[in-house]
Design a protein around this ligand. Structure first.
Ligand code: CU
Length: 486
């Protein structure tokens, strides 16, 4: 089968400025939810602000909080109760907002009927505090996670379960929320800020979260409605001409978000691991792969009383014709009737991003496929996950180049725990495209048939997960254990 090429020349990490449309074929398998929806699933409600997790610390320089993962029931559909699993009963879960330098202590109480963990996605936490699948929190148990947020860690992260084999189910039932780390010297602190957590929801005819089936395990969970902060197609009001900083998180299982805002350009200022060295833009669109985050600066049109749509554009992720996502609207920007705001200045430099050290070791990871179509299964270097096996070994503090070779018929967003890395280049069909700018990533999209070369350094010893962040792929074994030795 001919491999898809259109992403072959793709640019840095998550970023795909001004690229053409995706391939054809296929489409979501499942129908939408029942027709009558409550406010949450009714389009046009105001964008909800996420609820912050209370900091119960009594000392400065600390963040202490309590999370409980428990079954909950929510009236998403009129006259029906949808069974969900939520953090602290919130849909979505509470946003954790801490600062660089903070000592963090978070207690997780497991009120679920199965094992869970809290994985602090993208944060440089010790391996034994990172919610690995080998560290399950049993039903009824409470686990305390403790870690420090070092200088330079400011950025947009998230937390979610990482229990072996049930991560997709736990996220699909509602367990995911942002974790924002702030810097004392944030150069964009003058801009109003909005956090937009994008999640997927797929309900069956009884208004219950539907289990993933064979198609979902093949190409990722299909047919989800996209929600922003738990709402369907919410409205975000902006004063004409106003400039805002948006933190956008892709917490869907498998939905690549090729984001564009009608009539507006986007300026990229940050990725998974925080700010870029300088703003990048204007961009017509930005590709945010599953698990990735972006920080974007948006200046609203000066037209009053106008409406614009933030949309995830059509995007194909496989060459088997099964994983094409149709365009889907995410959110409406509605300008108010106020006189236009004065233009906001954006600094030319955001932060220092010195070059990484030269690599002194090299690894090759091949993303592998067995079976075709609905029978497709994916591994790393031909193997499925075994938490008792070590697949890769690195030395703490050593800089390595990893060639991640995608020898499968679909794209995979590959996530490495415990550190941030940079894309060096992508190669496809003999054409290498260097990353056009430096960006810190913890998840890199590796298109079908392409090789992504990343430069990565792990600073803390212990076992780290390396896996596809299409959650059904992860659960089915597309994951490896990296042992970082002192
Ligand atoms: Cu995958």
């Amino acid at each position: 089968m001919k491999r898809r090429e259109f992403l072959g020349a793709a640019l840095a990490g998550a970023i795909l400025p001004g690229c053409g449309g995706g391939g054809g074929g296929g489409g979501p398998m499942m129908g939408g939810p029942p027709a009558v929806a409550s406010a949450l699933l009714t389009a046009g409600q105001p964008l909800r602000a996420l609820v912050p997790l209370a900091n119960t610390a009594t000392q400065a320089g600390r963040f202490e909080g309590a999370l409980a993962a428990s079954p909950a029931s929510l009236g998403l559909v009129e006259g029906r109760a949808t069974a969900l699993w939520l953090y602290n009963g919130l849909f979505p879960g509470p946003v954790i907002e801490a600062r660089e330098g903070d000592r963090v202590r978070l207690a997780l109480a497991n009120g679920l009927p199965i094992d869970t963990t809290a994985h602090w996605h993208g944060l440089p936490v010790p391996a034994d505090q990172d919610g690995n699948p080998m560290d399950p929190v049993r039903p009824g148990a409470t686990r305390l996670y403790e870690f420090d947020l070092p200088a330079g860690a400011a950025g947009t992260y998230w937390y979610h379960p990482h229990a072996h084999g049930t991560t997709a189910e736990q996220v699909a039932r509602g367990l995911a929320a942002p974790f924002i780390v702030r810097a004392a010297d944030d150069p964009l602190v003058h801009l109003p800020e909005v956090t937009m957590l994008v999640t997927g929801l797929r309900l069956d005819a009884n208004a219950q979260v539907s289990a993933s089936g064979p198609m979902d395990f093949a190409v990722g969970r299909q047919g989800e409605q996209l929600l922003v902060n738990g709402g369907r197609l919410p409205v975000h009001a902006m004063r004409p001409g106003a400039t805002e900083r948006w933190r956008i998180l892709n917490a869907t299982s498998a939905r690549y978000l090729r984001l564009a805002l009608d009539g507006h350009a986007l300026t990229l200022v940050g990725t998974d691991g925080g700010l870029l060295a300088a703003p990048v833009g204007p961009l017509a669109e930005i590709l945010v792969a599953p698990a990735q985050r972006v920080e974007v600066v948006v200046t609203a049109s000066t037209s009053p009383n106008a409406r614009f749509t933030l949309r995830a554009q059509r995007h194909a992720i496989d060459a088997m014709g099964m994983g094409t996502y149709a365009a889907e609207d995410l959110l409406t920007v509605a300008t108010t009737n106020d006189p236009p705001a004065a233009p906001a200045a954006l600094p030319g430099a955001l932060r220092a991003m010195p070059a990484q050290a030269a690599a002194t070791a090299r690894k090759r990871l091949v993303l592998t496929q067995s079976g075709m179509g609905m029978m497709a299964a994916f591994g790393i270097n031909g193997r499925l996950f075994d938490m008792n096996r070590v697949d890769l070994v690195s030395t703490a503090g050593e800089t390595e180049d990893w060639d991640i070779v995608n020898d499968t018929l679909m794209d995979h967003p590959i996530h490495i725990h415990g550190t941030q890395f940079r894309l060096v280049a992508r190669e496809s069909r003999g054409v290498a495209t260097p990353a056009p700018f430096a960006a810190w990533l913890d998840t890199v999209d590796v298109p079908s048939g392409a090789t992504a070369t990343i430069r990565v350094r792990q600073d803390r010893p212990g076992k780290r997960m390396v896996h596809c962040h299409i959650l059904e792929h992860e659960d089915a074994g597309m994951m490896a254990v990296l042992e970082v030795r002192p």
